[in-house]
Every structure is written in structure tokens, then in C-alpha cells.
Design a protein around this ligand. Structure first.
Ligand SMILES: NC(=O)c1ccc[n+]([C@@H]2O[C@H](COP(=O)([O-])OP(=O)(O)OC[C@H]3O[C@@H](n4cnc5c(N)ncnc54)[C@H](O)[C@@H]3O)[C@@H](O)[C@H]2O)c1
Length: 318
């Protein structure tokens, strides 16, 4: 295992490497700015929307789920902030384009968070093609649609802007049991890096947000195949009890906007040490991933067994 000193050194070194100049957009004071957040009805997107509004931005709260988008918007307005709810399916290119036209035509957009995403776990041999297609449609094409619709409009505005795409720790590290999900998230890491290099000279910055294990709804609602199906309740419990708050991720995202960070591992203590290990010693990184996978598997199996046993016990008691 890495010592604490070594881990801190790795974290500091990676911070230096991922920091570049920002657009001048402050992540702290966003009064007069407009932000779009997709998948804003729950989890990380919800935390982003609330934080953006608390820092003064007008927020377009977009989600597939109308009730959730409206609930987040009501909370923002109830706290004295400014927001509008939108029902938006990011897999629908035409709908995203119409949405982009509508939000840019009002007062423009300064911050775009392509955050909507879905989860998946299961061995590749047990994953039907439809799962791959759905993951690619939401996690990859959903982001592409946001970029395709908004980049030309952001450029036409002629003012600085920042795009934050939610990728994942799984996009930085080999993750057995999550190959389709990792594929989509690695695509977003690469897309964001290349797009930042392309747009930076024109005043638009791009970041890939790479969260670790975060306490949101994603595991409960994920599609799980094969033996992972039996582990879903255990994995859900693991994320709920051991996961980091999505508020931490939202703060890291706005910090990345302020400092122009391209790759944003968060929380750093979870993601940075294994990520750097993988970059510097790929073989060790892969072995570590396999080990973590085995341990998570064992814990999820144990927790699922425990919750199944407690459900059976309550049934007996009834
Ligand atoms: N929770 C984690 O541990 C974790 C870790 C790494 C990355 N992520 C990523 O963070 C992002 C947000 O996930 P979360 O953890 O907050 O999950 P979540 O399930 O709590 O929230 C996801 C939101 O996206 C919405 N959504 C799903 N499909 C959509 C679509 N087609 N169009 C519009 N909205 C849609 C859902 O309705 C939901 O409100 C995702 O991209 C996910 O892959 C999450």
C-alpha cells in the first residue's frame, strides 16, 4: 500500500499537471451568469444545480424526469435563487438542439454541464448488445449532442464559457465488471481533453469530471447483468454508506471552472493515487484494479446476502 506521504505527494503532483489557466469565469461568484445542467434532477446534477444557484447563477435544470427537474427548481427558487425546469432527453439530438436554441436565445450560456448518465455492471459475456447501445446513447451521444448543439452557439456569443462533461473514475482506470460503462466514460475523458485543446484559443474551456464512489441513485437504477444482479442491493448499500456526498463533486467542478482544470478527479484522495499508479506503472495499476474489483465483489455479495437474510427474517417475523 502507498504511505500517506507518498499519496499526498502524488496528489500534489497531479494537481500541478491538471491545472491550466481558466477562462476568467469565477467558480465562486456566478452572479449574472447562466448555467445549463443535464441530469440535474438527482445526485451530482442536482448538487451542481443547487450550488450554481447558491453562487448566483441562473440555472436551466434539465432532466428526463419532469418531477425531479421541477423539485430541484422549486428548491432553488425557495432558497431565493433563479432557475427554470426543462424536460430533456439527451439521447434526442433534435430536442437538445431546440433546447440549446431556446436557452441561448434568452441571455446566452456561460456554463454547460453535460452530466446526465446511467450506470451498468456485468460481465461482457452476459451483457446484451442493447445495454451497450443504451449506454452509448446516454453517456456518450448525450454529451455529444450537448456539445454539437451548444459549441457553435457559445462561439457565436463571443464571450468566455466553460463546458464540464461528467465522466468517471472508471474512465481513468481499468474497471473489470464495468467494461461498457468504462468505455463510455473513457470516451468522455478523451473527448474533453481534445475539445479543450481545440477551443481554448477561442476562450472556451472544457473539463472532464471524474468522480469516484458517490452517494447518488446511480447504482440503484443501474442495469446489472449476471451475478451482479444479485449484488445490486449490496452495491446500492455500499454506495449509500461509503460513497462521498455529491456536494463534494459539485464543489470540485466549480473549482475546476475557476482554475481551468481539464481532468478533474474527485474526491482526490479516492481517485488520484490509483490513477497515477496506473499512469506510471500500468501493470501494477491493472493488478490493483483486479484486487479492488474482487474486494468490492466480495463486499457487495456479503451485503446483498445480509440484506436478503434480513428481508427473509422480517417475512418470518410478520
Ligand atoms: N454516483 C457515482 O458514483 C458516479 C461516479 C462517477 C460518475 N458518475 C456520473 O455522474 C453523472 C450523474 O450521475 P449520478 O450519480 O448523479 O446519478 P443519478 O441517477 O442520481 O442522476 C442521474 C440523472 O440523470 C437523469 N438522466 C438519465 N438519463 C437521462 C437522459 N437520457 N436525459 C436526461 N437526463 C437523464 C436521471 O433522470 C437522473 O436524474 C452520470 O454521468 C454518472 O455516470 C457517477
Amino acid at each position: 500500500m502507498l504511505g500517506v506521504g507518498a499519496a499526498v505527494g502524488l496528489v500534489a503532483a497531479s494537481r500541478a499537471r491538471t491545472s491550466r489557466a481558466g477562462t476568467g469565469l469565477s467558480g465562486g461568484d456566478l452572479r449574472g451568469r447562466t448555467a445549463v445542467v443535464t441530469g440535474a434532477g438527482s445526485g451530482i446534477g442536482r448538487s451542481l444545480a443547487l450550488l450554481l444557484a447558491r453562487r448566483g447563477a441562473h440555472v436551466h435544470v434539465a432532466d428526463l424526469d419532469a418531477d425531479r427537474a421541477e423539485a430541484v427548481t422549486r428548491q432553488i427558487v425557495g432558497e431565493g435563487g433563479s432557475a427554470e425546469a426543462h424536460v430533456l432527453d439527451v439521447t434526442d439530438a433534435g430536442a437538445v438542439d431546440t433546447f440549446a436554441e431556446q436557452v441561448v436565445a434568452a441571455v446566452g450560456v456561460d456554463l454547460l454541464f453535460n452530466n446526465a448518465g446511467i450506470g451498468h455492471a456485468g460481465a461482457v459475456a452476459e451483457t446484451p448488445l442493447e445495454d451497450w447501445q443504451r449506454l452509448m446513447a446516454v453517456n456518450v451521444m448525450g454529451v455529444v449532442h450537448g456539445i454539437h448543439a451548444l459549441v457553435p452557439r457559445l462561439l457565436a456569443q463571443g464571450r468566455p464559457a466553460h463546458i464540464v462533461n461528467t465522466a468517471s473514475m472508471a474512465g481513468l482506470l481499468p474497471t473489470p465488471g464495468m467494461v461498457p460503462y468504462s468505455t463510455t466514460k473513457a470516451a468522455i475523458v478523451g473527448l474533453s481533453d481534445a475539445l479543450d485543446a481545440e477551443l481554448k484559443p477561442q476562450g472556451i474551456r472544457v473539463s472532464a469530471l471524474c468522480p469516484g464512489v458517490i452517494d447518488t441513485d446511480i447504482v440503484r437504477t443501474a442495469t446489472m447483468r449476471g451475478e451482479w444482479q444479485e449484488r445490486q442491493s449490496g452495491a446500492t448499500e455500499f454506495y449509500a454508506t461509503r460513497g462521498t456526498s455529491p456536494d463534494v463533486v459539485a464543489r470540485a467542478a466549480l473549482d475546476a471552472v475557476a482554475h481551468g482544470r481539464v481532468t478533474v478527479p474527485t474526491p482526490r484522495y479516492q481517485v488520484v493515487p490509483p490513477w497515477l499508479l496506473k499512469r506510471w506503472f500500468p501493470g501494477v495499476g491493472r493488478a490493483l484494479s483486479a484486487l479492488v474489483y474482487q474486494r468490492v465483489n466480495a463486499r457487495a455479495t456479503a451485503a446483498s446476502g445480509a440484506s436478503a437474510a434480513s428481508r427473509a427474517q422480517s417475512a418470518v417475523n410478520r
